[in-house]
Write a protein that binds this ligand. Structure first.
Ligand code: FAD
Ligand code: NAI
Length: 465
């Protein structure tokens, strides 16, 4: 048996970051990963490969559709899909290689093989040793949720994992689920010429994000890529006819079933925590009704020296949230007093223009009955946006009606993913909308729209509108 102060199970952005932080703080650390490659969903089949294809497809789309507006004539632009996939694979390889390097640098013992709990301190690694951990951090992540009636064959009826490595660009792609994966995949393949249909159960895309931002996304997908979006519809089943898939779709409220033909069907109806084969019960643990490992405010499970982090517990299923959880646990173990606030975790959809939000949405505040003020500034009124020919979108700032305290920031527009950092900092440091207005931001930049929206939230009107 090999002994460590901390054993981490799972090497995604939760697990590998927890392992590094624990090693930095002086613990002896082991990391167990069932796959040969480190980095989990995010690095291998999630954030990184999807962003590589989003960036490549956006460059193609820009060259094909928009460079002429800048006076740049390109006689013919075409896609080399296998080269795009090869570049994506290279980006993943480099990123995963970076994690292997960091494990060595931080003297973290890495074991490849499925980890099973044998007791509250022991983990048996398949094909490897039994590890003893004074503390254990479970970071086993999530897998795509299945959809009854729509069995995944991984060939024609696929999840995001297969979608990121398809051997061809689909002629017709039906996406079941208009959440983050659905919208990002619709952008990738819509730009590359696929006829995309999104079937979304709710009456809007991107549940959880600002409703106006979601409506802007619906318009963009429809007008830019000709996507067909069926809101308030549910997929009821699929039928294979050779290489063609027929998807049965019906209005949520009841009504006649229509059949949509597709070359591929992508199921993106959410993800569920992954604990299969972990044998939680041997350590005295169990999961809740949604398959999550219950934890207290310090991310301790029912067994206090066993922690759980990332997608396998409550909270947003995002890479940076998993990493924050991991840092939190490692620092608590070292006797520090870190804090976590999921309200400050931003959400980003990496389409173009990007969509990002942090803090409360208007919908949530209405539900809570909390009075708020909204300031909005459209990018069409920004000089930087006009210069870049990127005038779609807006910044929305939400402030408390009485105290002017920043409650939320929502951005649709170029570089929204990076601009949202101002909202995160504002929420973390208890800023008011006026504080954001008083930031001396550079001109001309996209960030000036934040200042304008903040003034509008605080005093009713921006300067340049
Ligand atoms: P994971 O990354 O899922 O890692 C868990 C690891 O544990 C896996 O490597 C798994 O093999 C291993 N494991 C499981 N069980 C065992 C066991 N018993 N023994 C040993 N190892 C085990 N989030 C963002 O913030 N930004 C994005 O842009 C983004 N894009 C995404 C795109 C796609 C297509 C998908 C699917 C997800 C995306 N996400 C994104 C979500 C993000 O990938 C997850 O939130 C994140 O990976 C969760 O990290 P984690 O460490 O909790 O789990
Ligand atoms: P999601 O929860 O974002 O969206 C799932 C969608 O499917 C919802 O809109 C839901 O209403 C819909 N749906 C459920 N059942 C349905 C049915 N029967 N028919 C039609 N629609 C149905 O989940 P998604 O997109 O699968 O992503 C999983 C996770 O991965 C998310 O939690 C997300 O945060 C994360 N992710 C994050 C990304 C990012 O940060 N940019 C990118 C991709 C994924």
């Amino acid at each position: 048996m090999e002994r460590f102060q901390v054993v981490v199970i799972g090497s995604g952005p939760g697990g590998y970051v927890a392992a590094i932080r624990a090693a930095q703080l002086g613990f002896s650390v082991a990391l167990v990963e069932r796959y040969p490659s480190l980095g989990g969903t995010c690095l291998n089949v999630g954030c990184i490969p999807s962003k590589a294809l989003l960036d490549s497809s956006e460059k193609y789309y820009e060259a094909a559709k928009h460079l002429a507006d800048h006076g740049i004539q390109i006689p013919s632009v075409s896609v080399d899909w296998s080269k795009m996939l090869a570049r994506k694979a290279q980006v993943v390889k480099q990123t995963v290689g970076g994690i292997e390097f960091l494990m060595k640098k931080n003297k973290i013992a890495v074991y490849h093989g499925h980890g099973r709990l044998r007791s509250a301190n022991e983990i048996a690694v398949e094909g490897g040793p039994v590890l003893y951990g004074e503390h254990i951090i479970i970071a086993t992540g999530s897998k795509p949720s299945p959809l009854p009636g729509v069995p995944i064959d991984k060939k024609r009826v696929i999840t995001s994992t297969e979608a990121l490595s398809l051997s061809e660009i689909p002629g017709r792609l039906v996406i079941i689920g208009g959440g983050v994966i659905g919208v990002e995949m619709a952008s990738i393949f819509g730009r590359l010429g696929s006829a995309v249909t999104i079937v979304e159960f709710l009456d809007r895309l991107l549940p959880g994000m600002d409703a106006e931002a979601a409506e802007e996304v619906r318009r963009m997908l429809t007008t830019d890529y000709g996507a067909k979006i069926l809101l308030g519809h549910a997929a009821q089943g699929v039928e294979m006819r050779g290489e063609i898939v027929k998807v049965q779709v019906a209005p949520r409220q009841g009504g006649s079933v229509q059949e949509i033909e597709a070359d591929y069907v992508l199921v993106a109806v959410g993800r569920r925590p992954y604990t299969e084969g972990l044998e939680l019960e041997k350590a005295g643990l169990s999961v809740d009704e949604r398959g999550r490992i219950p934890v207290n405010e310090h991310l301790q499970t029912a067994v206090p020296h066993i922690y759980a982090i990332g997608d396998v517990i409550r909270g947003p299923m995002l890479a940076h949230k998993a990493s924050e959880d991991g840092i939190y646990v490692a620092e608590r173990l070292a006797g520090r007093r870190p804090h976590l606030d999921y309200r400050q975790i931003p959400g980003v959809v990496y389409i173009w223009p990007e969509v990002a939000g942090v803090g409360y949405t208007e919908e949530e505040l209405k539900q809570e009955g909390r009075p708020y003020r909204v300031g909005k500034f459209p990018y069409r009124a920004s000089g930087r946006a006009r210069a870049a020919h990127e005038t779609r979108g807006f910044v929305k700032i939400i402030a408390d009606a009485k105290t002017d305290m920043l409650l939320g920031m929502h951005v649709v527009g170029p570089r929204a993913a990076d601009l949202i950092a101002v909202g995160v900092a504002g929420l973390a440091y208890g800023a008011s909308a006026e504080d954001i207005f008083r930031l001396p931001l550079a001109h001309p930049t996209f960030s000036e729209a934040l200042k304008e929206a903040a003034l509008a939230a605080s005093e009713g009107a921006p300067i340049h509108l």
